[in-house]
Design a protein around this ligand. Structure first.
Ligand SMILES: Nc1ncnc2c1ncn2[C@@H]1O[C@H](COP(=O)(O)OP(=O)(O)OP(=O)(O)O)[C@@H](O)[C@H]1O
Ligand SMILES: [Mg+2]
Length: 259
């Protein structure tokens, strides 16, 4: 990656959303944050640089609409889908693999140009990755590389279930080793796991393990098609602080049974 960065002025706040896995709640949190920013009157753009599992603009694998369409709508619906999502692949595979099987290569110039266009006259840009942080876009470019290139601060969405401690620690380790600032970790609720003992202990365990990071909990949202319900969930989870320029205050370890 020797090419220079896009030339346009930096927007105030550049956020990247990654997850501990695919299907973990990145788009739910990303659309919630975006909808909340719009509600607060902030000029925000949302982007999904590469999306897999998309056919004719519709997500055919699991969701009624593609991530890019949901992000576009949450940001106000004015940005052209071709820059919100420069690349869409039909097969639900990692972008490098999906692109290869489609006979295409993802161009960094195309991604930079779309990012640059979206940044224009915005206060916040929010970029959702695909899957987890090290997912390859090309042989030499992962989402971590792309987020670092765009100087994004990272938000890690983590499914509150058994295994999440390892997945969060691996992601934080990789991010910081790769030069990314981890702005927040957001534990998302999984209804299927309601009441599991790990759900009751993961948050406290993360606070004990990562005392210098800001850690949030995000609820299950019954109406993920409702922007006001998503925005309310973001507000209720204390995520407004992630939309401010200031670095969020680390979550206090508190009184823990791990002490
Ligand atoms: N907090 C939540 N409330 C309600 N539904 C949720 C929540 N988190 C995840 N889901 C549901 O789980 C599924 C996967 O969530 P989502 O699409 O946000 O995952 P993702 O991490 O963005 O996946 P991908 O890797 O495909 O981009 C969706 O059907 C979504 O509605
Ligand atoms: Mg998604």
């Amino acid at each position: 990656m020797t090419k220079s960065l896009p030339a346009s002025p930096l927007p105030l706040l550049r956020l990247a959303i990654t997850g501990t896995d695919t299907g973990i709640g990145k788009t739910v949190v990303a659309t919630a944050l975006t909808a909340r920013a719009v509600q607060l009157g902030q000029r925000i753009a949302a982007m999904k640089p590469v999306e897999s599992g998309v056919d004719e603009g519709l997500a055919v694998y699991g969701a009624p609409r593609s991530d890019a369409e949901r992000l576009q709508e949450a940001a106000g619906g004015t940005d052209d889908l071709s820059i919100v999502r420069p690349y869409a692949f039909r097969e639900p595979l990692a972008p490098m693999v999906a692109a290869h099987r489609a006979g295409l290569t993802v161009s960094l110039d195309v991604l930079d140009a779309a990012f640059d266009a979206l940044c224009d006259e915005r206060e916040i840009i929010l970029v959702e990755g695909a899957g987890g942080l090290l997912v390859p876009i090309t042989r030499t470019l992962s989402f971590l590389d792309l987020f670092a290139r765009w100087r994004c601060e990272l938000i890690i969405v983590a499914g509150d279930r058994l295994g999440v401690l390892n997945h969060v620690l691996l992601t934080v380790h990789a991010a910081e080793r790769g030069g990314l600032l981890v702005r927040a970790i957001i534990l998302t609720t999984h209804t299927a796991n309601d009441g599991a003992i790990c759900d009751a202990t993961n948050y406290d365990a993360l606070r004990a393990l990562l005392p210098h990071h800001a850690i949030f909990r995000f609820p299950w949202v019954d109406r993920t098609d409702s922007l006001s319900a998503l925005a309310a969930a973001a507000q209720g989870s204390g995520l407004d602080t992630l939309l401010l320029r200031e670095t969020p205050v680390p979550t206090a370890p508190g009184t823990l049974f791990f002490d």
